[in-house]
Design a protein around this ligand. Structure first.
Ligand code: PAF
Length: 287
């Protein structure tokens, strides 16, 4: 496994390989957990060369967010990458010109202004700008993203479609802790008590899903089931919404053809956590 510290070094490492081999790319901000490992395992299945990036992208953090506090654990991350068969880590010190980039990508408000975008203006512009930049450097055949960040996954798929980028985007199901909590680097901000309460997020989503499967189709009534669970766990959601999973438009009456998905975000202590779940499947998720 090799580590490239700049875009030029990364490009040079891949230049001859890319003519003979397929490349799968796993972009991350580091502090790798089993969810990332699942992305890497899938990448290994899909391509001959696996590249993972580790870069905490300042462009996607707003003022007052956790850019400085974001866990930076490169040594441990590199060990995990090596053990799971990553061929290259792209770990740039800095990606942008001094003073920040003067040219960035912009996501339409119809996608970026909903759900997380309402509280994090500019966040998705920062994400697509760095992902586009990294795609230009790595030029992967496949790029893998977790479904936990569903809105991000949808926006990246749309970027690739709208800009005719020659890369296949692969979404990988959310990896969960035994009690159902979606794995996230931000879970490490939780105290023991907050960690117990955080399980309420996925339990609320499951309650909504169960009520839908029991025959309730009205979104307000369904959301009541979720809110009741959140209250039980002492969680005040930033949002709890049922949306069409392809357009992110909020739904008021549900039907299978609308592809309903439930989304939640909440601040628990210092951590802002998100989760989502399709209402059309019923797989068991945790105790
Ligand atoms: O999902 C993440 O960790 C980040 O948003 C990403 C895709 C690595 C871009 O910085």
């Amino acid at each position: 496994m090799r580590v490239a510290h700049s875009p030029t070094e990364m490009r040079q490492n891949l230049a001859s390989l890319r003519r003979q081999k397929t490349i799968a790319f796993v972009p991350t901000m580091g502090n790798l957990h089993d969810g990332h490992m699942k992305l890497i395992a899938k990448a290994r299945e899909l391509a001959e060369v696996v590249v993972a990036s580790i870069y905490v992208n300042p462009l996607q953090f707003g003022s007052g967010e956790d850019f400085d506090a974001y866990p930076r654990t490169f040594e441990e991350d590199a060990r995990r990458c090596q053990a799971s068969g990553v061929d290259f880590i792209f770990h740039p010190e800095c990606l942008y010109a001094r003073g920040g980039p003067k040219v960035t990508l912009c996501v339409d408000v119809a996608l970026a202004g909903r759900l997380c975008g309402r509280k994090r203006p500019g966040h998705f512009n920062g994400v697509v700008t760095v992902v586009n930049l990294m795609f230009n450097v790595v030029q992967p055949d496949f790029a893998l993203f977790g479904e936990k960040d569903w809105q991000q996954l949808l926006i990246i798929r749309r970027m690739v479609r709208d800009l005719h980028m020659p890369v296949t985007i692969v979404g990988v199901p959310t990896q969960r802790e035994p009690d159902g909590l979606a794995m996230s680097s931000r879970n490490r901000y939780l105290t023991d008590d907050e960690r117990i309460r955080a399980a309420g997020l996925s339990k609320a989503l499951q309650a909504v899903r169960q009520a839908y499967h029991d025959g309730e189709n009205d979104a307000s009534a369904l959301l009541e089931h979720g809110r009741a669970v959140l209250t039980e766990f002492g969680i005040e959601p930033e949002y709890l919404e049922i949306c069409d999973e392809q357009t992110l438009e909020p739904l008021s009456r549900l039907s299978q053809d609308k592809r309903p998905r439930i989304f939640v975000a909440a601040r628990i202590g210092k951590a802002r956590l998100i989760d989502n779940m399709s209402l059309c499947t019923m797989e068991a998720i945790g105790t």
